[in-house]
Design a protein around this ligand. Sequence first.
Ligand SMILES: NC(=O)c1ccc[n+]([C@@H]2O[C@H](COP(=O)([O-])OP(=O)(O)OC[C@H]3O[C@@H](n4cnc5c(N)ncnc54)[C@H](O)[C@@H]3O)[C@@H](O)[C@H]2O)c1
Length: 275
Amino acid sequence: MDVNGKTAVVTGGGSGIGRGIVRALAGQGMNIVVADIEQAPMDEVVAELASRGTEAIGVRTDVSKLDQVEALAAAALDRFGAVHVLCNNAGVGVSDPVGATSLEDWRWTIDIDLWGPIHGVHVFLPIMERQGEPAHINSTASMAGLYAGASLGAYNVAKHGVVALMASLERDLRLAGSPLRASVLCPGPINTNIVDSERNRAAESAAQHVGTTAGKKFWDILTRTLADGMNPDEVGPMVLDAVVNDRFWVLTHPDMGGLVRKQVDQMLEDRSLTR
Ligand SMILES: NC(=O)c1ccc[n+]([C@@H]2O[C@H](COP(=O)([O-])OP(=O)(O)OC[C@H]3O[C@@H](n4cnc5c(N)ncnc54)[C@H](O)[C@@H]3O)[C@@H](O)[C@H]2O)c1
């Protein structure tokens, strides 16, 4: 797909991986719609893009709310007339063992991490189909969408859902002979603000976070691991490559695929899961 002069919408584009995706797509001459729940970083990205000559707007959006995703699409069409690339990237994380995860933590995580991409596909797919030209939807899942490790149940469930959503969509599109394509980004550790996800959470919802010792311990390890993680600006070009070259799987750390392979081996050999 030739993206030059076309329009991309990137959710969670104000920070981290989303910001990296925005920069990569803008670097190929795309117009950009940055959608984020956090106004200041979103404004900062839009200003950066404008200073480099990219046509860009910011639309404050909570991806867990269908009406706000519909308003995002309306704003994008109003400004640019079409949308050729959608990156469902906005996401949050919370850590606790499954048995100690509050219902509010389940809802908060799944509303944003899974319903966000579902809303994106639901709203933008018909728009892209009406346009009748090549277009692409990428969603950010995680290695946690391919391997369900301990202390991250709600996030694992949401991200496995995102992988299934995008694989189903890609197969449906191919079966229908559509010019549209789908792909999924499964990052390993990336140095972003996700460890501070609660910054965007409503106080009454955050109050329901249990915060077990096991959950806190895991989050501390994760915080240190991500601080040493990949620069998000290295991830953006991988998503661009998937869009331009029709690649479905985008793994930032393919070496972590060994975890997935081990789990498949355990399944086929009918062995128990290890820790
Ligand atoms: N950082 C990692 O190591 C890593 C690994 C795997 C997957 N991911 C995924 O990457 C994606 C981006 O996260 P990141 O690591 O760049 O973190 P980040 O916190 O730096 O960026 C997330 C962005 O999403 C926005 N956001 C949060 N809730 C939102 C909502 N309801 N509506 C709209 N925007 C919202 C935030 O304001 C922020 O700009 C997420 O889906 C995350 O699950 C991250």
